[in-house]
Ligand binder design. Sequence first.
Ligand code: ADE
Length: 250
Amino acid sequence: MRIDIVTLFPAMLEAPLGESILGRARARGLVDIRVHDLRDHATGRHRVTDEPPFGGGGGMILKPEPLAAAIDALRAAAPASRVILLGPAGRRFSQAVARELAHRPHLVLVCGRYEGVDERVSEQLVDEELSIGDYVLTGGEPAALVVADAVTRLLPGVLGDEDAPARDSFARGLLEHPQYTRPEVFRGASVPDVLRSGDHGRIARWRALMSLWRTWQRRPDLLETADLTPEEQKWTDAFRQGRAPADLPD
Ligand code: ADE
Protein backbone atom coordinates (compact mmCIF):
# COMPACT_ATOMS: atom_id res chain seq x y z
CA MET A 1 0.00 0.00 0.00
CA ARG A 2 1.05 3.56 -0.63
CA ILE A 3 0.07 6.46 1.65
CA ASP A 4 0.83 10.05 0.66
CA ILE A 5 0.37 12.78 3.25
CA VAL A 6 0.03 16.43 2.24
CA THR A 7 0.86 18.94 4.97
CA LEU A 8 2.24 22.40 5.62
CA PHE A 9 4.33 20.89 8.43
CA PRO A 10 6.20 17.79 7.22
CA ALA A 11 8.38 17.74 10.33
CA MET A 12 5.29 17.04 12.47
CA LEU A 13 5.00 13.69 10.68
CA GLU A 14 8.48 12.54 9.66
CA ALA A 15 9.78 11.58 13.10
CA PRO A 16 6.75 9.57 14.30
CA LEU A 17 6.52 7.77 10.95
CA GLY A 18 10.16 6.69 11.26
CA GLU A 19 9.80 4.98 14.65
CA SER A 20 8.72 1.60 15.96
CA ILE A 21 6.35 -0.62 13.99
CA LEU A 22 5.56 1.97 11.29
CA GLY A 23 9.23 2.78 10.79
CA ARG A 24 10.04 -0.93 10.45
CA ALA A 25 7.11 -1.53 8.08
CA ARG A 26 8.37 1.28 5.86
CA ALA A 27 11.97 0.03 5.98
CA ARG A 28 10.80 -3.46 5.01
CA GLY A 29 8.78 -2.11 2.08
CA LEU A 30 5.43 -3.28 3.52
CA VAL A 31 4.02 0.22 3.21
CA ASP A 32 5.27 3.19 1.19
CA ILE A 33 4.49 6.37 3.17
CA ARG A 34 5.57 9.71 1.70
CA VAL A 35 5.14 13.16 3.22
CA HIS A 36 4.69 16.15 0.91
CA ASP A 37 5.10 19.82 1.72
CA LEU A 38 2.05 21.73 0.53
CA ARG A 39 4.22 24.82 0.10
CA ASP A 40 6.04 23.10 -2.79
CA HIS A 41 2.78 23.39 -4.74
CA ALA A 42 2.20 27.07 -3.98
CA THR A 43 3.16 29.58 -6.64
CA GLY A 44 4.34 33.20 -6.57
CA ARG A 45 7.24 34.79 -4.82
CA HIS A 46 5.75 34.26 -1.37
CA ARG A 47 4.32 30.79 -1.99
CA VAL A 48 1.10 31.70 -0.21
CA THR A 49 -0.98 28.73 0.97
CA ASP A 50 -3.63 30.48 3.08
CA GLU A 51 -5.81 33.60 3.04
CA PRO A 52 -8.42 35.22 5.31
CA PRO A 53 -12.00 34.02 4.77
CA PHE A 54 -14.43 35.87 2.50
CA GLY A 55 -17.16 37.37 4.65
CA GLY A 56 -14.81 38.13 7.50
CA GLY A 57 -14.18 36.32 10.74
CA GLY A 58 -10.87 35.39 12.22
CA GLY A 59 -8.28 32.88 11.16
CA MET A 60 -6.85 31.75 7.88
CA ILE A 61 -8.26 29.35 5.30
CA LEU A 62 -6.17 27.03 3.12
CA LYS A 63 -6.42 28.20 -0.52
CA PRO A 64 -7.67 25.70 -3.09
CA GLU A 65 -4.97 26.02 -5.79
CA PRO A 66 -1.94 24.57 -3.93
CA LEU A 67 -4.09 21.72 -2.57
CA ALA A 68 -5.47 21.05 -6.06
CA ALA A 69 -1.97 20.95 -7.55
CA ALA A 70 -0.76 18.55 -4.83
CA ILE A 71 -3.80 16.27 -5.07
CA ASP A 72 -3.84 16.20 -8.89
CA ALA A 73 -0.14 15.24 -8.97
CA LEU A 74 -0.70 12.42 -6.45
CA ARG A 75 -3.82 11.08 -8.17
CA ALA A 76 -1.77 10.91 -11.38
CA ALA A 77 1.08 9.09 -9.61
CA ALA A 78 -0.87 6.03 -8.47
CA PRO A 79 -4.01 4.21 -9.61
CA ALA A 80 -7.26 4.02 -7.62
CA SER A 81 -6.37 6.74 -5.12
CA ARG A 82 -8.65 7.49 -2.19
CA VAL A 83 -8.20 11.15 -1.24
CA ILE A 84 -9.15 11.94 2.36
CA LEU A 85 -9.28 15.34 4.03
CA LEU A 86 -8.72 15.23 7.79
CA GLY A 87 -11.01 17.64 9.60
CA PRO A 88 -13.41 17.77 12.56
CA ALA A 89 -16.45 17.85 10.24
CA GLY A 90 -15.65 14.47 8.66
CA ARG A 91 -17.13 10.99 9.06
CA ARG A 92 -15.96 9.48 12.34
CA PHE A 93 -12.83 7.33 11.96
CA SER A 94 -13.08 3.88 13.59
CA GLN A 95 -11.58 0.40 13.43
CA ALA A 96 -14.18 -0.49 10.79
CA VAL A 97 -13.07 2.47 8.64
CA ALA A 98 -9.40 1.46 9.16
CA ARG A 99 -10.22 -2.04 7.91
CA GLU A 100 -12.02 -0.59 4.91
CA LEU A 101 -9.07 1.68 4.03
CA ALA A 102 -6.50 -1.11 4.52
CA HIS A 103 -7.86 -2.78 1.36
CA ARG A 104 -7.09 0.21 -0.85
CA PRO A 105 -3.88 0.43 -2.86
CA HIS A 106 -3.38 4.17 -2.40
CA LEU A 107 -4.46 6.71 0.22
CA VAL A 108 -3.83 10.44 0.01
CA LEU A 109 -4.26 12.09 3.43
CA VAL A 110 -4.67 15.85 3.28
CA CYS A 111 -4.09 17.73 6.53
CA GLY A 112 -6.38 20.70 7.09
CA ARG A 113 -5.01 23.70 9.01
CA TYR A 114 -5.97 26.91 10.73
CA GLU A 115 -9.68 27.74 10.58
CA GLY A 116 -10.33 25.35 7.72
CA VAL A 117 -10.02 24.58 4.06
CA ASP A 118 -11.77 26.28 1.13
CA GLU A 119 -15.09 24.44 0.67
CA ARG A 120 -14.39 23.80 -3.02
CA VAL A 121 -11.58 21.48 -2.00
CA SER A 122 -14.06 19.28 -0.10
CA GLU A 123 -16.57 19.47 -2.94
CA GLN A 124 -14.31 18.87 -5.91
CA LEU A 125 -10.99 17.37 -4.90
CA VAL A 126 -11.41 14.91 -2.06
CA ASP A 127 -13.34 11.65 -1.91
CA GLU A 128 -14.27 12.05 1.75
CA GLU A 129 -13.54 13.83 5.01
CA LEU A 130 -12.58 11.94 8.15
CA SER A 131 -12.57 13.11 11.77
CA ILE A 132 -10.76 11.19 14.52
CA GLY A 133 -13.14 12.42 17.23
CA ASP A 134 -15.31 15.20 18.57
CA TYR A 135 -12.58 17.64 19.52
CA VAL A 136 -10.67 20.24 17.54
CA LEU A 137 -6.96 19.89 16.81
CA THR A 138 -4.76 22.72 15.55
CA GLY A 139 -4.45 20.81 12.30
CA GLY A 140 -5.01 17.47 10.62
CA GLU A 141 -1.45 16.18 11.16
CA PRO A 142 -2.07 14.18 14.36
CA ALA A 143 -5.22 12.79 12.70
CA ALA A 144 -3.28 11.75 9.58
CA LEU A 145 -0.82 9.94 11.86
CA VAL A 146 -3.67 8.17 13.61
CA VAL A 147 -5.15 7.00 10.30
CA ALA A 148 -1.76 5.97 8.84
CA ASP A 149 -0.93 4.02 12.03
CA ALA A 150 -4.29 2.26 12.38
CA VAL A 151 -4.30 1.28 8.70
CA THR A 152 -0.64 0.22 8.44
CA ARG A 153 -0.80 -2.18 11.38
CA LEU A 154 -3.56 -4.08 9.56
CA LEU A 155 -1.43 -4.71 6.46
CA PRO A 156 -0.10 -8.25 5.97
CA GLY A 157 3.28 -8.84 7.64
CA VAL A 158 3.38 -5.57 9.61
CA LEU A 159 2.65 -7.11 13.03
CA GLY A 160 4.81 -10.08 13.98
CA ASP A 161 1.78 -11.97 15.23
CA GLU A 162 -0.56 -12.40 12.27
CA ASP A 163 -3.57 -13.02 14.52
CA ALA A 164 -3.09 -9.87 16.56
CA PRO A 165 -5.52 -7.65 14.61
CA ALA A 166 -8.27 -10.26 15.01
CA ARG A 167 -7.81 -10.18 18.82
CA ASP A 168 -7.72 -6.40 19.09
CA SER A 169 -10.16 -4.30 21.01
CA PHE A 170 -12.97 -3.57 18.57
CA ALA A 171 -12.13 -6.45 16.20
CA ARG A 172 -15.37 -8.10 17.35
CA GLY A 173 -16.88 -4.92 18.72
CA LEU A 174 -15.68 -5.56 22.32
CA LEU A 175 -12.90 -4.10 24.45
CA GLU A 176 -9.86 -6.25 25.10
CA HIS A 177 -9.47 -8.30 28.31
CA PRO A 178 -6.87 -7.19 30.92
CA GLN A 179 -3.28 -8.36 30.38
CA TYR A 180 -0.57 -9.14 32.95
CA THR A 181 3.15 -9.81 32.85
CA ARG A 182 5.89 -10.33 35.47
CA PRO A 183 6.10 -9.84 38.43
CA GLU A 184 3.36 -12.15 39.75
CA VAL A 185 2.76 -9.80 42.67
CA PHE A 186 3.03 -6.04 42.23
CA ARG A 187 2.35 -3.74 45.20
CA GLY A 188 0.19 -6.41 46.77
CA ALA A 189 -1.84 -7.19 43.63
CA SER A 190 -1.52 -10.70 42.22
CA VAL A 191 -1.93 -11.91 38.68
CA PRO A 192 -5.21 -13.90 38.45
CA ASP A 193 -4.55 -17.61 39.18
CA VAL A 194 -6.24 -18.77 36.01
CA LEU A 195 -3.59 -17.08 33.84
CA ARG A 196 -0.88 -19.15 35.53
CA SER A 197 -2.86 -22.39 35.39
CA GLY A 198 -1.59 -23.48 31.98
CA ASP A 199 -5.16 -24.53 31.14
CA HIS A 200 -5.70 -22.92 27.73
CA GLY A 201 -9.43 -23.59 27.71
CA ARG A 202 -9.97 -21.88 31.08
CA ILE A 203 -7.72 -19.00 30.08
CA ALA A 204 -9.64 -18.42 26.83
CA ARG A 205 -12.94 -18.50 28.72
CA TRP A 206 -11.68 -16.09 31.38
CA ARG A 207 -10.43 -13.71 28.71
CA ALA A 208 -13.73 -13.80 26.84
CA LEU A 209 -15.60 -13.16 30.11
CA MET A 210 -13.33 -10.27 31.14
CA SER A 211 -13.49 -8.74 27.69
CA LEU A 212 -17.27 -8.74 27.93
CA TRP A 213 -17.26 -7.46 31.54
CA ARG A 214 -14.91 -4.61 30.68
CA THR A 215 -17.10 -3.66 27.72
CA TRP A 216 -20.22 -3.85 29.91
CA GLN A 217 -18.64 -1.57 32.52
CA ARG A 218 -16.84 0.93 30.30
CA ARG A 219 -18.55 0.96 26.91
CA PRO A 220 -22.03 -0.56 27.22
CA ASP A 221 -22.94 1.21 23.96
CA LEU A 222 -20.70 -1.26 22.10
CA LEU A 223 -22.84 -4.19 23.25
CA GLU A 224 -25.75 -2.92 21.17
CA THR A 225 -23.93 -3.84 17.96
CA ALA A 226 -21.37 -6.44 19.12
CA ASP A 227 -21.48 -9.90 17.59
CA LEU A 228 -21.87 -12.13 20.71
CA THR A 229 -21.61 -15.91 21.05
CA PRO A 230 -24.51 -17.66 22.88
CA GLU A 231 -22.32 -17.91 26.02
CA GLU A 232 -21.45 -14.20 25.87
CA GLN A 233 -25.14 -13.45 25.47
CA LYS A 234 -25.82 -15.46 28.66
CA TRP A 235 -23.09 -13.58 30.55
CA THR A 236 -24.49 -10.26 29.38
CA ASP A 237 -27.92 -11.23 30.69
CA ALA A 238 -26.30 -12.11 34.04
CA PHE A 239 -24.53 -8.71 34.18
CA ARG A 240 -27.86 -7.07 33.44
CA GLN A 241 -29.27 -8.85 36.54
CA GLY A 242 -26.51 -7.34 38.65
CA ARG A 243 -24.08 -10.24 38.67
CA ALA A 244 -20.30 -9.83 38.24
CA PRO A 245 -17.75 -12.31 36.77
CA ALA A 246 -16.91 -13.67 40.24
CA ASP A 247 -20.60 -14.64 40.71
CA LEU A 248 -20.68 -16.74 37.54
CA PRO A 249 -20.04 -20.49 37.52
CA ASP A 250 -16.58 -21.57 36.34
N1 ADE B 1 -8.39 18.60 12.38
C1 ADE B 1 -8.77 19.31 13.46
N2 ADE B 1 -9.51 18.57 14.29
C2 ADE B 1 -9.60 17.32 13.74
C3 ADE B 1 -10.23 16.11 14.10
N3 ADE B 1 -10.94 15.99 15.22
N4 ADE B 1 -10.11 15.05 13.27
C4 ADE B 1 -9.42 15.16 12.13
N5 ADE B 1 -8.80 16.25 11.73
C5 ADE B 1 -8.88 17.35 12.52
